[in-house]
Design a binder for this molecule. Structure first.
Ligand code: HEM
Ligand code: CU
Length: 579
């Protein structure tokens, strides 16, 4: 049996083997989807509490305030504020965006789009989800500790995160939870990488893979290399906290000759910079495919897009120093990191131009997945451009740790990845669940989210540029910042709007999955596109492909003028139609 010929699984019989400890990549993908959506809700709630405090310092948080902070009459207390931004950042990155893009769509799409019956290592896949679940449990439990959860920021720099900065067990549990999550994601990554290499259907070369698979694959490679680096740093931090070692102890170098808090920053950002690409690459891939599908044109320069994604992946491993310009690095190093960082603009510009090339003169269909994809093009353009100011040493020295940074990384990470994730949910919903999300409410969801998020993140950049520092409980104790209160209030109202905008999505999603009855069963290929997952029934059967498909052309064969009347796309299993 050739490697790509996996056995046909028999259908699991019990509830537990079907929905809980499932080996099926499609079920595991859905488990990660729910996990991530719950994470979004929790992290989003925390964002609103942070924002409330910044717009209305000293006022009780409405409705939930009295329940959560009875000792202060409903006002978010200062130490809780630090916990809130720490847990918000941690949850959004590791427990919301990562599970949705990588856990859910990585799992769901990779086997289906490369013509495989499952991942190479289904048991590893199942363990990866349940380790992630254990990790989330530990993190959430830490919220209930007497001294509260971790409060050192999502980066958890020492000295904030050592026993001196965070005496409670919250930081210890945070470190443990993230270590476990790293283990889980590394297991997933190894699985994804191997699956793409060995289980591609016969005939499918690397450049015949959809760009979604390219993005997910490159992400998995970065994860497999760099999560262990984070894991090492977290383990050392854990040793410092639990066993009294001094790896990251400030001043230890002077007395015992060992230990330095800056060492942690190096370890963290060696992982941390690739991490931002880990988050964005799947969204880039998905958007590159969807723009082509909905413009009814081949993806412009698809090979160049794949190659520029690859060069960004490689470059992302050698630029991390741009997060540490203010740590008294030698000017030679800062300038080197600056130059390397700037070179990322070249491949980024290539694939961004390719996106525009794809939609240029296309016959665009503005369905919900497409408007979310176009949203990604817009917000990623803004986020990418503002990064240049932070990559430049001279401007970063002023902008470092201001709200400009917070605005920038929300545009790139939060906005782009979130919109990309929603595009994917609306697009693959019929294949995943055999039902469509409601288009009208999808569009309402898009426009409210888009207006809200631009208000939030643009406002953050403006107050940051005006000098407002991040992570301050009440920045307005400084007189020069008092003038910024109205803009902060505007940001908070925008955040509220964005939060409200998610309600139609949640209702739409839950209603569609549990209650909606389609009048007619959804067809195999409702969007008329040619990638392999659309050659099989919706929802996809347990075994995916009865016969392993043979691939004969690329994923974006749309609008070929030689096609017979009434058809404007080809399946990847069909020979290209020549004149
Ligand atoms: C309505 C949406 C959101 C709002 C209003 C919001 C708001 C905020 C605010 C006010 C902070 C505190 C910044 C600081 O003082 O340093 C913050 C931090 C952060 N947010 Fe968001 N956020 C949102 C969505 C997201 C999403 C989707 C992500 C996912 C990637 C995310 C990731 C982060 C991270 C990593 C931090 C840094 C936390 C830290 O400094 O430790 N946010 N956010
Ligand atoms: Cu970076």
């Amino acid at each position: 049996m050739a490697f790509f010929e996996q056995h046909i699984h028999s259908e699991p019989k019990t509830f537990i083997s079907k929905y809980i400890f499932s080996y099926d990549h499609k079920v595991i993908g859905k488990q990660f989807l729910w996990y991530g959506i719950i994470g979004l809700g929790l992290g989003g709630m925390m964002a609103l509490m942070i924002r409330w405090t910044l717009a209305f310092p000293g006022e009780a948080f409405p409705i939930l305030g009295n329940l959560l902070f009875p000792s202060t009459g409903g006002v978010v207390p200062p130490d809780t504020y630090a916990m809130l931004f720490t847990m918000h950042g941690t949850i959004m990155i590791f427990y919301a965006i990562t599970p949705i893009l990588i856990g859910a769509f990585g799992n769901y799409l990779i086997p289906l789009q490369i013509g495989a019956r499952d991942m190479v290592f289904p048991l590893l896949n199942m363990l990866s989800f349940w380790i992630a679940a254990a990790s989330a449990l530990i993190l959430v439990a830490s919220l209930c500790l007497p001294l509260g959860a971790a409060a050192g920021g999502w980066t958890s720099y020492p000295t904030l995160s050592t026993l001196i900065g965070s005496p409670g067990a919250g930081q210890t549990l945070w470190t443990l939870a993230l270590f476990l999550l790293g283990v889980s994601s590394t297991m997933g990554a190894v699985n994804y990488i191997t699956t793409v290499i060995v289980l591609r259907a016969p005939g499918m070369g690397y450049f015949d893979m959809p760009l979604s698979v390219w993005g997910l694959w490159l992400t998995a490679i970065l994860n497999a290399i760099f999560l262990p680096v984070l894991g090492a740093g977290l383990l050392l931090l854990l040793f410092d906290r639990v066993f009294g070692t001094t790896f990251f102890l400030a001043g230890a170098a002077a007395t015992t000759g060992t230990g330095d808090p800056i060492l942690y920053q190096h370890v963290f950002w060696i992982f941390g910079h690739p991490e931002v690409y880990i988050l964005i690459l799947p969204a880039w891939g998905i958007v590159s495919d969807l723009l082509s599908f909905f413009a009814r044109k081949p993806a412009f320069g698809a090979k160049a897009t794949a190659l520029s994604m690859t060069s960004i992946t490689i470059l992302s491993t050698i630029v991390y120093g741009h997060h540490m310009y203010t740590t008294q690095m030698s000017p030679l190093l800062t300038q080197t990191f600056m130059t390397l960082t700037m070179t990322i603009s070249i491949p980024s510009a290539i694939f961004f131009a390719n996106w525009l090339g794809t939609i240029w003169k296309g016959s665009i269909k503005f369905d919900t997945p497409m408007i979310f994809s176009l949203g990604v093009v817009f917000v990623f353009g803004l986020g990418g451009l503002t990064g240049l100011y932070l990559a430049t040493v001279t401007t970063d020295l002023y902008l470092h740790d201001t709200y400009f940074v917070v605005g920038h990384f929300h545009y790139t990470m939060a906005a782009s990845v979130l919109l990309g994730g929603y595009a994917a949910i609306y697009f693959w919903m019929p294949k995943m669940f055999g039902k469509f999300l409601n288009e009208f409410w999808g569009k309402v969801h898009f426009w409210i989210t888009m207006i809200g998020l631009n208000g939030v993140f643009m406002g953050m950049m403006i107050v940051g540029y005006a000098g407002m520092h991040r992570r301050l409980y009440n920045p307005f104790v400084y007189e020069f910042m008092e003038r910024l209160i109205p803009i902060n209030a505007f940001v908070t109202y925008s955040a509220l709007l964005m939060g409200l905008g998610q309600i139609p999505f949640v209702i739409n999603f839950v209603y569609t999955i549990f209650f909606k009855k389609e009048k007619e069963p959804v067809s195999d290929n409702p969007w008329n596109v040619g990638t392999l997952e659309w050659t099989i029934p919706s929802p996809a059967p347990v075994y995916n492909f009865k016969e392993i498909p043979v691939v004969k052309c690329g994923p974006h064969e749309l609008g070929n003028p030689n096609l017979p009347e009434g058809k404007d796309f080809q399946y990847q299993t069909e020979e290209i139609v020549e004149a």
